[in-house]
Design a protein around this ligand. Structure first.
Ligand SMILES: [Zn+2]
Ligand SMILES: [Zn+2]
Length: 562
């Protein structure tokens, strides 16, 4: 297997060589990891190992020392590698097989082991291994960020204790403010809060930090810290510290609210889905999640050139897709929603001293989540109960799947259609890109007017990849074809294909049901769709040279300083 992988890379060059050598590299790494797991298994199987497990320097340490010496790495690093190796082979044998085929990276393996670490139920673990091996082996290669979301979603799906963990962590939320007791006049704030609130907080602090002029002497970190003070005082901007008379900061827009988009099923909104409408099947709805705020402000893509023609300003506030109605609706989702508040749940129902050791060590039986999970736009997985919490006070936008609707007769998609496309895609659709759809342009895959304004011809592209497609595209450049289910097949300049599927496919498969097939009305001529390529002030090589020069000058100065 390994030999055939190596043999198949022979004679390749360019991106093809990069791809096949990466696969060889993964497969080789999988063999190193498997060797470590085997070393530990052998040590444990050896005569007298049970007694050596009682030693201060036990079987584990002995194997870790050997692994560390073999690679000239520290004991800690070796022990960590061993931990991942053993956990992978004992807990996720099917994922280990995908790794051995070179289809996933060590980084992804680490994500699986770490995010799956809390699953104890053997049947849940087995199911998780199977789901992950399927997803990681069959679909297009996943980024680490996507893999994290995928593992989290699968854990939520199969592990009866995931609900319990969410409840326990949620009930542990709080804010600590402590004055640093070193006489420095500083204080430390430590907070644990819902992810959607934290995201809004992060965006708000950033937005406040940007209200000063470029001459402000503070670093970004310092301005963010001061922004927390501004929030505390209810201010909508930071006082600029540039000390110039004509500081332009006063003309900058103040920081207003921020928008956090949560995509969720309707069942998280505290209403039971209405019975399926007669006729065309389920329409996913996208409810808008979350928080307050004025759209626009934080939604602005940064550093973009302004092109009136790009479709980027069609942004809705928040969007929530709604699930098709299900027959197996949770009996009591209300329990899950309210279980986020109050004292942390007791670990045991009887006092600890009345339990046998076995009872104490056996996890209480959990329950599988009834509310379907949700997602923050572009990002992280949210348990259904938390999505439900996020919907309180949020503006809700119902996402409507266009079904077989005909194209819209204009260049710019309606808000309804753009909302659907953003919720379906969740991120930029270039392979590996994770820019949230709310910060992306809506691109016509077949350029307008040759291709229509319809769901099957629209997708999200961040400005960078929109520019790439527009200016590095054409017959011998990047080309893309979009299928009715939102799949995009990219062809690279070397002719190799890269497939991306909509980001919502795992959690909201109803959003990638086929939409009406589109046809190009003519062979599109290449054009730039109103985009202009921003010009660099200096070339990258020039910038690098200047950077080196500055560093050398600083060092020379330091040497000559007394
Ligand atoms: Zn200023
Ligand atoms: Zn992108």
């Amino acid at each position: 297997m390994f030999e055939s992988l190596v043999a198949s890379t022979a004679g390749r060059s360019g991106a093809g060589a990069v791809e096949s050598w990466s696969r060889v590299e993964n497969a080789a790494c999988a063999r190193r990891v498997a060797a470590m797991a085997a070393m530990f298994a052998a040590a444990r199987a050896a005569d007298g190992s049970a007694s050596r497990d009682q030693w201060c320097l036990d079987n584990w340490d002995a194997v870790a020392a050997h692994v560390g010496a073999a690679q000239r790495i520290t004991h800690g690093a070796a022990s960590n590698q061993l931990l991942i190796a053993v956990a992978l082979h004992e807990r996720f044998p099917l994922v280990a097989a995908v790794f051995a085929d070179g289809l996933i990276t060590y980084q992804l393996v680490r994500v699986v082991v770490q995010r799956g670490a809390l699953v104890v139920d053997p049947s849940a673990l087995h199911e998780l291994d199977r789901l992950l091996a399927d997803a990681l082996g069959d679909r297009e290669p996943m980024s680490v960020a996507t893999a994290e979301k995928t593992v989290d979603a699968f854990v939520a799906q199969v592990d009866p204790h995931a609900v319990h963990r969410t409840e326990t962590r949620a009930r542990g939320r709080g804010v600590d403010v402590s004055e640093d007791e070193d006489g420095s006049g500083m204080a430390t704030v430590y907070a644990t809060l819902f992810a959607h609130d934290a995201k809004a907080f992060d965006a708000r602090v950033d937005s406040l930090a940007r209200t000063v002029c470029p001459a402000d002497p503070r670093t970004v970190d310092q301005r963010r810290a001061d922004a927390i003070g501004a929030v505390a005082h209810g201010a909508d901007r930071l006082a600029c510290l540039c000390e110039t008379e004509d500081c332009p900061a006063g003309e900058y827009p103040p920081s207003t609210g921020v928008v956090v988009y949560v995509i969720t099923h309707q069942d998280a909104l505290g209403e039971r889905p209405s019975p399926p409408p007669p006729g065309p099947k389920p329409e996913p709805t996208v409810p808008e999640p979350a928080d307050d705020v004025s759209p626009g402000e934080n939604a602005e893509p940064s550093g973009t050139s302004d092109s009136g023609a790009s479709d980027s300003d069609e942004r809705s506030n928040n969007v929530v897709p709604q699930p098709e109605s299900r027959d197996d609706l949770p009996s009591e989702p209300a329990d899950e929603r309210t279980a986020l508040d109050g004292e942390p749940p007791a670990m045991f129902t009887t006092p600890l001293r009345e339990l046998t050791l076995t009872e104490a060590l056996t996890p209480a039986s959990g329950r599988v989540a009834t509310l379907r999970p949700a997602a923050l736009m572009g990002g992280q997985f949210l348990p259904g109960a938390i999505a439900c919490r996020a919907s309180i006070g949020a503006s809700i936008t119902r996402i409507v799947h266009p079904g077989q609707a005909p194209p819209e007769p204009r260049y710019r998609p309606s808000k309804k259609l753009a909302d659907f496309v953003r919720c379906r895609d969740m991120t930029c659709r270039f392979p590996g890109c994770t820019v949230p759809a709310t910060h992306a342009d809506v691109d016509h895959t077949i350029p307008w007017p040759f291709g229509p304004t319809a769901a099957s011809n629209l997708k999200c592209l961040c400005r960078r990849h929109h520019l790439l497609k527009t200016f590095w595209g054409g017959e011998s450049g990047w080309r893309d074809v979009q299928l009715d289910d939102g799949t995009v097949v990219w062809t690279a300049p070397d002719g190799r294909q890269h497939i991306t599927t909509p980001g919502s496919r795992l959690l909201f498969p109803e959003l990638s049901k086929s939409t009406a097939t589109v046809v190009a009305s003519d062979v599109p001529r290449s054009h730039t769709g109103g985009l202009t390529m921003p010009r660099r002030k200096t070339t990258r090589a020039h910038e690098r040279a200047r950077h080196v020069q500055r560093n050398r000058a600083a060092q020379a100065e330091a040497r000559t300083a007394p």
